[in-house]
Design a protein around this ligand. Structure first.
Ligand code: C2E
Ligand code: CA
Ligand code: CA
Length: 679
């Protein structure tokens, strides 16, 4: 549907350009008719040629990047072509301005259609001025012999306005058609952007004519004035461009993006197509930046920006919202499936490795997709929806997710407000740990518990760690959370160890925590304050923590080991696990990821990997734990393979500390999972 709309819009653009060209040709004929006595009139040829030369010179200097993108542009050319017109030579002014228009366009290899249109609209603008002057009876009358009466002054201002209006309206309609945005919003922007500069240049024209008629020696001075006006207005435009764009990627910045989308919404309320927004967040950009340095990081952002700029066909606009977050708005896409397909294509394009200084660097992005529909009436709102979807894409590692109204978490106001709530949760003691037993697969003995974070949110109810840990990891909140987890684990351990003294309590620690210089000291302090034997605590870290090539993290891991706490490599087999890393990191145990365990019984390759991991653990003297164990068959197979511990719903679900204590009481000799007792 959007494609059809885009296609029909471009066909309209073709018709529009054709109409402007035909009108321009007709206007040249009409001008020739109006000026049929032209050659018989006396002309100030020297002034005419001088103005023409200055026009051509000036037009080569136009502000290139403003073309098409920002509607209208400032060139000193208009001042001189209008001067030629006022000198009584409309045809010559049209000819000179046409040539001046073509030169830079051809040099920059603009499309033929663009060049032809530019020439045609210039001719029409000058024709409009000619008509105004003719109607006012003021053609070709400014000479050294005539006085500049108030009537002529009004006629001149009216003619200058005719040039400005015709030029702006014709160009803005073309831009609006090619980008698929409302003419009104382009016009508003063009007027505010160029009125003062173009106005100043056009108003200079009669002065140029008077001065040239007075003495040609003043002409270089005129050139200087035109140049100065042009220069200061160009600077103003560049300032404006900088204020609205991101300096690193040249994409729009956040306020300009919102303005654009809100402008689109304001004009398209009546029509069906309202567009969609994609919100992109690069995966693992922070660690790339940390590991390879900011220079490479910036280059990656620039390249991603370039991919998005390239994507801005059919009126799409892209913005960098800050950091490694980008947004793209497609005004034509209003079908969910098409929006998702567009996002997938974009994700695919971004996956192509970037060649940066000869190094292939691969990036990927998680993309949230949201449509501008009844539930989102502002740009800010749709971006918040896309943000929620993006966060889900990141969390579930799905790459692309579509926002569907009334998703969980929305009631709480999205990620930002959820994050603010986490800070409150710490103060209000809404966080607690649920404990899931770790059971010896041979004896059934309960050897320990893993503490899993839970949050009883005052409005949303129970919130799982996957909803907020990833968010908190982007902020310093993760430090306070992990400290609280350690404290809770130590306090609850006393309750549990009262039933079984040699239990070990495992806690999850984020990779981010290891990058804090004081983290090992914090662990030592909390254990000391709580009178906890470090050997009773095991810290679970995902493989990414061990993969960090940073001194701080490596030191932290070593200091934690020296402290005497156990170290487990969590989720082994879920990502890009490296067997060789097992040899180089001081871990005491390894947890096989539930994704491998889940398919163990029906996937031979998984089975093979699990067997190899368990064998390797045995050879290295590491304890192996299988996570997500749900069935008795799995338990039996794991036992046969020589796995040490099992954890999962098949044994017990995570429970509050007091429930876990009661559960321990009910299982004084362990869980009946041996082959004899389970059959
Ligand atoms: P994890 O460390 O891999 O924790 C195991 C997850 O698997 C837990 O989910 C647990 O409830 C779930 N689980 C256990 N047995 C089974 C089973 O048989 N089947 C299935 N389908 N799932 C099972 P939970 O509690 O939602 O935790 C999710 C993740 O959140 C954890 O994965 C861990 O990475 C993170 N997390 C939990 N607590 C903390 C914490 O205190 N700090 C940090 N930094 N991360 C935490
Ligand atoms: Ca864990
Ligand atoms: Ca795990």
């Amino acid at each position: 549907m959007a494609e059809r709309q885009g296609g029909s819009r471009l066909a309209t653009l073709d018709h529009y350009v054709a109409a402007v060209v035909v009108a321009a040709i007709a206007s040249v004929g009409a001008t020739a008719l109006i000026e049929r006595d032209y050659w018989t009139r006396p002309q100030n040829w020297t002034a005419l040629w001088l103005f023409t030369a200055m026009l051509l010179l000036g037009e080569m200097q136009s502000v290139g990047w403003l073309r098409l993108k920002d509607a209208g542009e400032v060139t000193p050319g208009w001042a001189f072509s209008f001067s030629i017109l006022l000198l009584g030579s409309p045809l010559l002014s049209m000819l000179a301005m046409s040539v001046a228009c073509m030169l830079p366009d051809l040099r920059r290899r603009k499309g033929l259609q663009r060049t032809v249109f530019n020439v045609a609209q210039t001719v029409l603008a000058l024709f409009a001025a000619t008509v105004v002057l003719t109607v006012c009876g003021a053609t070709g009358l400014i000479s050294s012999h005539t006085s500049f009466s108030p009537g002529r002054m009004v006629a001149t201002i009216a003619a200058a306005s005719a040039i400005f209006l015709t030029n702006s309206v014709l160009t803005c309609v073309a831009i609006a058609l090619s980008l698929g945005i409302a003419v009104k919003s382009v016009l508003r922007r063009a007027f505010t952007l160029t009125l003062s500069a173009d106005g100043a240049l056009l108003v200079l024209s009669p002065l140029f004519v008077i001065a040239a008629n007075f003495s040609l020696a003043t002409v270089p001075l005129l050139g200087l004035i035109a140049y100065l006006v042009y220069n200061s207005s160009r600077e103003a435009l560049e300032r404006e461009h900088r204020a609205g764009h991101d300096h690193l990627t040249s994409l729009l910045n956040t306020p300009t993006f919102h303005d654009h989308v809100n402008g689109h919404l304001a004009t398209s309320r009546a029509s069906a197509a309202r567009g969609c927004v994609l919100l992109l967040d690069l995966d693992g950009f922070k660690s790339l930046n940390d590991r390879l340095g900011h220079q490479i990081g910036d280059e990656v952002l620039r390249r991603v920006g370039a991919v998005l700029i390239f994507d801005q066909s059919h009126g799409a606009v892209a913005a960098r919202l800050g950091g490694d977050e980008f947004a793209v708005f497609f005004p034509d896409i209003d079908v969910p499936a098409q929006a998702v397909a567009e996002a997938r294509q974009l994700a695919e394009r971004l996956r192509a490795p970037l060649d940066i200084n000869g190094f292939p660097i691969s990036t990927s992005a998680s993309i949230g997709v949201a449509l501008l529909d009844r539930t989102s009436s502002t740009s800010e709102e749709v971006l918040r929806h896309a943000d929620l979807a993006m966060y889900r894409a990141k969390r579930n590692r799905t790459g692309v997710e579509l926002h569907v109204a009334q998703q969980a978490g929305e009631a709480g106001g999205g990620r930002i407000s959820l994050l603010a709530d986490v800070a409150d949760a710490l103060d209000r003691h809404e966080l607690w740990l649920a404990y899931q037993p770790l059971v010896n697969v041979r004896s059934g003995k309960v050897e320990g518990f893993e503490g899993l974070l839970r949050w009883t949110h005052p409005k949303l109810g129970l919130v799982m760690p996957s909803e907020f840990i990833g968010l908190a990891e982007h902020t310093d909140l993760i430090d306070s959370i992990t400290e609280r987890v350690l404290l809770l684990a130590c306090q609850d351990a006393k309750l549990l160890m009262a039933k079984a003294p040699d239990l070990r309590i495992a806690v999850n620690v984020s990779t981010q925590n290891l990058c804090r210089r004081q983290f090992p000291l914090t662990v030592r302090r909390i254990l000391g304050e709580q009178g906890m034997d470090p050997a009773s605590i095991e810290i679970e870290l995902t493989e990414s923590a061990f993969a960090l090539q940073q001194e701080i993290a490596t030191d932290a891991i070593k200091e934690l080991r020296d402290l005497g706490v156990g170290l487990a490599m969590d989720d082994f087999g879920s990502g890009y696990s490296s067997f060789s890393r097992l040899l180089t990191t001081p871990v005491t145990s390894l947890k096989i990821d539930q994704s491998l365990i889940r398919n163990m019984t029906n996937d031979d390759r998984n089975f093979l990997v699990i067997r190899t991991v368990i064998d390797l653990c045995a050879a290295l003297g590491l304890r192996s734990t299988a996570e997500g164990v749900e069935s008795i068959e799995t338990i039996n197979q794991l036992r046969a393979l020589g796995c040490d511990l099992v954890q999962g719903y098949g044994i017990a679900r995570p429970m509050a500390a007091c429930d876990a204590a009661r559960w321990l009481e009910e299982h004084p000799v362990g869980v009946p999972i041996t082959m004899d007792s389970t059959g």
